[in-house]
Design a protein around this ligand. Sequence first.
Ligand code: PMP
Length: 305
Amino acid sequence: MSDRDGKIWMDGELIDWRDAKVHVLTHTLHYGCGAFEGVRAYNTVNGTAIFRLREHTERLFNSAKILRMKLPYTQQQVMDAQCEVVRQNKLESCYLRPLTWIGSEKLGVSPKGNTIHLMVAAWAWGAYLGEEGLKRGIRVKTSSYTRHHVNITMTQAKAVSNYTNSILANMEATDEGYDEALLLDASGFVSEGAGENLFVIKNGVVYTPDLSAGALNGITRNTVFAICQDLGLKVVEKRITRDEVYICDEAFFTGTAAEVTPIRELDRIELGAGSRGPITEKIQSAFFDIVNGRNPKYAEWLTRV
Ligand code: PMP
């Protein structure tokens, strides 16, 4: 991934991809305190545009605030940097990765005295859980790992360190032949996927875990709320048990990378008809209309680069 042509925005400058390096004594590399975003740009009917750039950038700043990291840039500068990276790399559609980390002036748990860095990279990235997964649905396993408790790591920060838990869960599930993991919170209620929010549909009502289960406040989750309102579907945020998922009619994951991916199986139990459900298909199709600029109502969610 590091050996390729292109430009990365690093600390205010566009530098060659291969030169975008950090020192081995970087504080974040040792203690895991950092924050990032996952953002997508789509090749819309009006040209390349970044989806919900403002919300992603705001969440990055909120993550940094939660982690007591003071970013040396304004939100506007970070939004401009993201547009610049897409333009400079001549990408029509891509995934963007802004990341902020603590520098290498000083080690020890306290990060005080270190500089705060920021970079933005972008590259072409197709369907995260596969094209086939988008159509047929994926197979998911309830993880043996518990999702973070809300007072252990901060679950509303998209913090670097939160992802060790996601990696463990994802590796366990994929090693056993599943596509992704579903994590439960410390009380045993459904929280979220390793990198996705969960939705289930029962009797025409759409349910998703409330954020007290430690799930990230996903921007795609919020987009699905708007879509459901447009489709006249009721959305309920509540505590959800794993057996409620077993007996749902339809289920899907949402995320910037995962987009809207149907789930056809949990723990080898078929969900609904065991394929992409009809309501999921409608939501998915509305989602792709919005991100590709085919729904003028949401034009303000697309920033031309
Ligand atoms: N939960 C986790 C743990 C994630 O990593 C992601 C991806 N950012 C999401 C949920 C979905 O968030 P979003 O829709 O904002 O990408």
